[in-house]
Write a protein that binds this ligand. Structure first.
Ligand code: ATP
Length: 374
């Protein structure tokens, strides 16, 4: 992926425009952004992948909201997943890869992975191909959405490139298989540094590394050692560790005991869905994958085949994912406008999709968000 202007790394990690929509960055980052603005009279080009299932519906809604902010984006429309397979005979066409290499940024709907013969998961393939090593999922309670706990405000940071997702599996003998869990010091330190930098830039006070090092002494042990080593460089941020099973129990009894969660790939996948449940479900949580040279913005939820084509998918996760894209493009004020408008629609409770007890469709909810934009 092309290195995006003005989005340079810190200690080898990418952090530009990476924020949680709540707090501003420090002075060093502002300098980078000013220089980005200096150059950024040009309209940014972004790869757009509507995706499969509910993807085109929720991404379509997000696009309308993004357009209503007045920010101009030059979208390069590309197909991937089942839609691409039908059209081009492959779920990952060459033109998609070329577009991602050229733009370095994408807004992507969910992709059906079952179709990807030769690909375990197209999402995982793209994250690995472009070394988008940090998956960030801000999980926040929305006023107006009924949840067991008020004021949940967590950031899930998941390592994206290794662990059991390395895809190394084989049959040792009939009835005996192995799946190999790869953990390296390089990737573990890189994601830990990303988490601490993120915490510092967004005025977060605590990073919790989540692990199972009591059982996987070597792999999770190495992950922890790396996190501990990096934590020493951030004395201003508290660091703690929790075994993954205990952490899950604690998350559903006292989520306020956490702030930034630092996880390997598989625990990150599972725990982020658990966290989504804390704030009303998968329809609410946006997501972004950051690397040194680019970013792909995508929702946590999948293709939702059970409701695809019905026009009733909750567009909030996709709209908030669009807001994260605006943050990355140095339009944080517009990102905040979108988040505030979504909050207003949910608080008013009049135009809601069925998953949150309403009767409205995806498009009606997006229209309500547009009306609420101030
Ligand atoms: P995939 O295989 O693509 O991950 P899935 O069905 O296993 O698909 P999700 O797509 O994440 O996983 O869906 C899980 C459940 O959450 C489904 O019942 C789905 O309808 C619901 N869901 C997911 N996204 C939304 C949304 N945006 N709005 C409403 N419900 C949703």
């Amino acid at each position: 992926m092309a290195k995006s202007a003005g989005r340079g790394g810190v200690n080898g990690a990418h952090h530009g425009g990476v924020h949680d929509g709540r707090a501003r960055h420090g002075g060093a980052h502002k300098k980078v952004r000013r220089s980005a603005r200096g150059k950024a009279a040009a309209i940014p080009r972004v790869t757009l992948i509507p995706g499969d299932g509910v993807g085109p519906e929720v991404i379509g809604a997000a696009l309308k909201v993004l357009a209503a902010t007045g920010i101009k984006i030059d979208w390069d429309h590309q197909l991937a997943g089942a839609t691409a397979l039908k059209r081009f005979g492959t779920p990952v066409p060459d033109q998609l890869i070329d577009s991602l290499k050229a733009t370095g940024i994408a807004l992507k709907g969910p992709l059906e992975t079952r179709v990807g013969e030769g690909y375990r998961s197209i999402n995982v393939y793209l994250r690995k191909l472009f070394e988008l090593y940090a998956n960030v999922r801000p999980v926040r309670t929305q006023a107006g959405v009924h949840t067991p706990f008020p004021h949940v405000n967590l950031i899930v940071i998941r390592e994206n490139t290794e662990d059991l997702y390395a895809g190394i599996e084989h049959q040792v003998a009939p009835g005996v298989v192995e799946s190999v869990k790869i953990i390296t010091a390089r990737a573990s330190k890189r994601i830990a540094r990303f988490a601490f930098e993120y915490a510092r830039k967004n005025h977060r006070h605590l990073v919790t590394a989540i692990h199972k090092a009591n059982i996987m002494k070597l792999s999770d042990g190495l992950f922890l050692k790396c996190a501990q080593r990096v934590a020493r460089d951030y004395p201003d941020i508290k660091y703690q560790e929790q075994i993954v099973d205990a952490a899950c129990m604690r998350l559903v009894t006292n989520p306020h005991a956490f702030d930034v969660l630092l996880l390997e790939n598989l625990y990150g996948d599972i725990v982020s869905d658990l966290c989504a449940g804390l704030v009303g479900g998968l329809g609410f949580v946006p997501g972004a994958n950051y690397g040194k040279h680019g970013a792909i913005f995508e929702t946590v939820h999948g293709t939702a085949p059970d409701i695809a084509g019905k026009g009733i998918a909750n567009p909030v996760a996709a709209i908030k994912t669009g807001a994260l894209l605006l943050d990355y493009l140095d339009h944080e004020r517009e990102g905040d406008r979108i988040r505030t408008a979504v909050g207003a629609v949910l608080r008013a409770g009049r135009v809601l999709t069925p998953d949150i007890g309403g009767k409205a469709g995806t498009e009606e909810m997006a229209a309500a968000v547009i009306r609420a934009l101030k």
